[in-house]
Design a binder for this molecule. Structure first.
Ligand code: NI
Length: 252
């Protein structure tokens, strides 16, 4: 079995120069990738790519940092897309970001709740972004007990997320390979492999040994290798299980 990268921004301009090579490598080495939007435009780009490449799937939504772009028209358009485009596999990335704090907390929460409702309505899972806002994020998730999905780049402890693991998977990315990142290594150690999916968040968060350079989906193998080391299991097992998990949550 091959790897699925559950979180990419493959439409980013950092891929412009060698896009064909990047896609060729994915096609040869991987099972598939998910292209995640952060606003309507990047969501549409993700759908276009999903039409063009059989191994690409799309996630559509408005990121908390861009939440001022979210209005009734955006919502209608996202709903229409979610109901008509077969390769849309989730609503995201949505959530709360108190690090950049582009908009007040209440505005962010409002946009987040509206998109959680939308996911419920169109019966899709969600991809959650949370930064320096864990408690509020988990509180909103609690309000929607019928919605599940992936906590992307989850920054908290195992204890905090434990009550959510019945419905949510944890996206583990390149930061787990950073030598001093004890927190994420401990989280991976505590989590059952049944609850982990692999993600790059490329072009960001590049794993060792390419840290500092541009990230790309094929680098997920370094994340799988690190998880295998932490859990003291064969890397093949990590790949097999995380790919099964990705297929299950995105219903691929
Ligand atoms: Ni992302």
């Amino acid at each position: 079995m091959k790897i699925i990268d559950t979180h990419t921004h493959i439409y980013d301009e950092k891929f412009q120069l060698d896009f064909d090579t990047v896609m060729k490598n994915i096609k040869e080495q991987m099972e598939g990738i998910i292209s995640v939007g952060f606003d309507l435009e990047s969501s549409r780009k993700s759908i276009e790519l999903a039409h063009k490449y059989p191994f690409v799937y799309a996630v559509v939504g408005v990121h908390p940092v861009d939440i001022k772009k979210y209005n009734d028209n955006t919502e209608k358009e996202l709903e229409k897309l979610a109901l008509t485009e077969k390769k849309i596999v989730a609503i995201g990335e949505i959530g709360l970001d108190y690090h950049w704090m582009e908009d007040p907390k209440e505005i962010q929460k409002d946009g987040f709740r509206k998109q959680m409702k939308l996911a419920q309505k169109v019966n899709l899972p969600v991809v959650i972004h949370t930064r320096e806002a864990l408690e509020d994020t988990l509180n909103v998730l609690s309000e929607f007990p019928s919605v599940g999905g992936i906590l992307h780049c989850y920054p908290g402890s195992f204890q905090a997320v434990k009550p959510f693991l019945e419905r949510y998977y944890i996206g583990v990315g390149g930061t787990v390979t950073f030598k001093n990142n004890r927190k994420t290594k401990e989280l991976v150690h505590a989590l059952s492999l049944d609850k982990i999916v692999l993600e790059t968040d490329c072009p960001y968060l590049t794993p060792v040994p390419f840290r500092g350079k541009r990230n790309e989906p094929v680098y997920t193998k370094y994340i799988a290798e690190e998880i295998a080391r932490i859990k003291e299991i064969p890397v093949e097992k990590v790949i097999e299980k995380t790919t099964q998990n990705a297929k299950k949550i995105y219903r691929l």
